[in-house]
Write a protein that binds this ligand. Structure first.
Ligand SMILES: Cc1cc2nc3c(=O)[nH]c(=O)nc-3n(C[C@H](O)[C@H](O)[C@H](O)COP(=O)(O)OP(=O)(O)OC[C@H]3O[C@@H](n4cnc5c(N)ncnc54)[C@H](O)[C@@H]3O)c2cc1C
Length: 317
């Protein structure tokens, strides 16, 4: 069911969209704003499950520093409602995208739309660490990005879980926020000799036992439990979660890079399927709200440019 404002009902009558934006995080919202200001008939579909849903705030977004994720979206929706060519379909999942001649058929919650262009802005899906409590701690004590959350846990005991040997030296970055930092290998990463020397010289301990649990009080991490049932007091754990693409993107069989992000053109953000573009977390390992918004905005510029030229060529503009 579509839980958007009355405005959205008009979309059911406007069967032909200029652009369907799939995903209403920072990337999709920024793109829809550009498209609305370019007077393109745009529908923004958002399932309402952002990556940062469990976080209390978005840190580091200029003029919006530490805004709550829900407030960020609410403000963006209000901005978009000023543009009559944009319709919001909130809490609406797009189930399938199919080619229909030179256009695309969008199937969303039982309704069908046709769009000249598609922008995928579906973010990534994070898999929790397979340990009890990790879901509850994700976004409050378990984090991916220290630039987003390091400031708020500054001067506390911090941990980094290395996903592979080459990334172990990354733990040194946490010294920006605390003297007390530790590297965890979970008994599965062999730390290279040069890294061992560097960390020893910097007095950064390496914990090589297997992690068997997370000690917590509510949504606050208090320690990391390793083999032997030993609890090492830590207030926050930084790690890179395993991620996967949203099913609607996976179903398109787009070209991906070696880390499973959607491959796009550097300037036009076009995927391996002509007419389908992608912006935000799903096309880069560099994840941040501002970067995603910037990508969405740039992708929308490119889409609008190409589309306008096409429409002019067809005598439609
Ligand atoms: C816990 C956590 C905390 C973070 N904190 C910060 C921070 O403090 N500062 C910062 O800059 N960055 C932070 N980030 C990173 C930031 O949230 C992301 O980089 C940013 O949200 C990516 O924006 P996006 O638009 O690409 O994707 P998302 O924000 O993930 O939005 C994607 C949207 O697409 C929708 N969607 C998916 N599939 C479909 C479909 N089939 N149909 C319709 N809609 C669909 C989802 O429901 C979702 O709303 C954090 C990330 C996490 C995980």
């Amino acid at each position: 069911m579509c839980a958007c404002s009355g405005e959205s009902c008009r979309v059911r009558r406007i069967m032909l969209l200029d652009v369907a934006v799939i995903g209403g995080g920072p990337a999709g919202l920024a793109a829809a704003l550009v498209l609305g200001r370019s007077r393109k008939r745009t529908a923004l579909f958002d399932g309402g499950t952002p990556r940062n849903a469990t976080a209390a705030y978005i840190g580091g977004f200029v003029t919006q520093d530490r805004i709550a994720p829900a407030s960020f979206r609410h403000t963006a929706h209000e901005d978009l409602r000023a543009y009559p060519s944009v319709d919001l379909h909130l809490d609406t999942m797009v189930d399938r995208i199919e080619r229909a001649g030179a256009k695309f058929r969008i199937l969303a919650s039982g309704a069908e739309y046709t769009a000249r262009r598609v922008l995928l802005a579906t973010g990534m899906i994070d898999e929790p660490i397979p340990l009890p409590g990790s879901r509850e701690l994700w976004g409050t004590s378990l984090f991916q990005c220290p630039y987003c959350h390091g400031y708020e846990v500054a001067d506390r005991p911090l941990a980094f879980l290395a996903p592979e040997p080459g990334e172990a030296p990354w733990v040194q970055l946490l010294r920006s926020w605390s003297r007390d930092v530790m590297l965890f290998t979970n008994a599965s990463v062999e730390v290279e000799p040069a890294c061992r020397v560097a960390l020893a010289e910097a007095s950064i301990p390496i914990e090589e036992r297997r992690i068997i649990g997370l000690a917590r009080t509510g949504r606050q991490l208090t320690g990391i439990v390793v083999d032997g049932n030993v609890t090492i007091p830590r207030s926050a754990l930084f790690f890179r979660p395993v991620q996967r693409q949203a099913p609607v993107v996976a179903g398109l069989a787009l070209a991906l890079d070696d880390r499973n992000y959607v491959r796009v053109g550097e300037d036009d953000y076009e995927t391996s399927i002509r007419g389908i573009h992608a912006a935000g977390d799903l096309m880069t390992h560099y994840h941040g709200a501002l970067a995603a918004a910037a990508a969405g905005s740039k992708a929308a510029h490119s889409i609008n440019h190409g589309l306008t030229v096409d429409l002019v060529g067809q005598g439609l503009l």
